[in-house]
Design a protein around this ligand. Structure first.
Ligand code: OGA
Ligand code: ZN
Length: 398
């Protein structure tokens, strides 16, 4: 379907001022907004059929034909302020909608609603505060789907209840968003005690708090763990908000925090599951983006490699820093513990929320503990959020 970037917004342009020395227009709108619009940018974003393919939402003009020094020949406010027309040297005409121009704002840090969502930090109180969603409602209602994805964006964690007690539910959820992120463990993975387990997750042993699949360069964005059958004894899960841990480390252990931000750690996974594999990556344990915003935590004891790409005299210091990270992570006020009931799906942002489980036992009369896990990625989750926002609330595209 062709996206429609024209809306019924009736913002009007009331004043245009050429500022040739700067190479831009100063445009004033009837809503009070005044902005600068570089000539080269206007030419590059000409909406005429020769320069732009509206059904694809993509530019058809080429940068090779664009003159960064271009200066308009003439201009006009059209349709009583609803439009702005520029005639370029040579006669090419660009018509812009005022309300579209009003939405194009130049700022290095401005993000749309989805990318700019605030992270709500949490700890052990999630025990009662965790947001709950109904499986069938997510499957049938776009509003529920939207609310669930919003919470995954802000808190990074939500519980889905009422899923059928059989394999396939995580695939159904992923399908509502886009599709599953396949890994070497398959489209989805079955967590139960297996002989010759390809992961320690597939044993009855305890699993320390960790992020999944850190041996990938590009790790899965969102994890779903669906409890189909619970163990007779044990097998409860722990969840910890990585944003919370990064902040506590920075405050309480600045030296160790710096070591974990700056030291590259090797992760590795080799074996035979869906196929034979040997994956490797190298990343610091705490990562921020170039604006200093939290990006991810890269913590997994069981997938840390034997390789260590650092000078040998720094090894002991690194281990001490990792141990400090671990002790902060396990502070009781940080850990949300939950024993999943069959039919529950814990969904959480992999890369932000660390998860673990205690050892379990299969008692007489009980079946085997069985979880189905699966992933989908943030790119598609954010894309779906934008589309839903447009459908549900008439949110405008840039
Ligand atoms: C995993 C995992 C948790 C559990 O499979 O990576 O963390 O509860 N499983 O078994
Ligand atoms: Zn895991």
């Amino acid at each position: 379907m062709a996206p429609n970037e024209n809306t019924t917004d009736d913002t009007k342009l009331i004043l245009r001022e050429r500022q040739d020395n700067e190479g831009w227009y100063k445009l004033s709108f009837d809503n009070g907004y005044i902005g600068q619009y570089p000539y080269v940018w206007l030419k590059d974003n000409c909406r005429c059929s020769a320069c732009y393919q509206p059904s694809a939402w993509q530019r058809t003009s080429h940068i090779a034909d664009l003159d960064p020094e271009i200066i308009p020949q003439s201009d006009d406010i059209t349709d009583g302020g609803a439009g702005f027309r520029i005639i370029w040297p040579g006669g090419h005409r660009s018509d812009f909608l005022a309300e579209w121009l009003n939405r194009q704002r130049f700022s290095e840090t401005e993000k749309d609603f989805v990318d700019g969502q605030k992270l709500a930090i949490w700890g052990a109180e999630m025990d009662t505060a965790v947001e709950k969603f109904d499986f069938n409602k997510i499957v049938t209602s776009d509003t529920e789907l939207y609310n669930w994805l919003c919470i995954l964006g802000s808190k990074g964690m939500a519980m889905v209840q009422g899923a059928p007690l059989k394999v396939g539910a995580v695939g159904q959820l992923a399908k509502r968003v886009a599709y599953l992120r396949t890994t070497v463990y398959g489209d989805t993975f079955q967590v139960f005690s297996k002989l010759d387990a390809s992961s320690v997750a597939f044993t009855p042993k305890s699993l320390g708090l960790h992020i999944d699949q850190l041996f990938y360069e590009y790790i899965p964005g969102i994890q779903m763990l669906h409890c189909i059958e619970q163990a007779g004894e044990g097998g409860e899960n722990q969840f910890v908000d990585g944003v919370n841990i990064a902040e506590q480390l920075k405050r309480d252990y600045p030296e160790e925090y710096q070591i974990l931000r700056s030291t590259q750690i090797d992760f590795r996974d080799a074996g035979d599951d869906h196929l034979r594999y040997h994956l490797k990556s190298r990343r610091p344990m705490i990562q921020y983006d170039r604006h200093g915003n939290f990006m991810c935590i890269n913590y997994s004891d069981h997938c840390r490699s034997t390789e260590l790409s650092l000078p040998v005299d720094q090894v002991k210091k690194l281990y001490k820093a990792i141990k400090v990270f671990n002790s902060v992570m396990y502070r009781p006020e940080n850990v949300f513990t939950h024993r999943m009931e069959p039919g529950e799906i814990m969904t959480f942002s992999n890369g932000r929320v660390m998860h673990g489980r205690s050892a379990f036992k299969l008692t007489s009369g009980s079946g085997s503990r069985h979880l189905e896990g699966g992933y989908f990625d943030w790119d598609e989750a954010k894309s779906t959020l934008r589309v839903l926002r447009e459908n549900l609330f008439g949110d405008k595209r840039l």
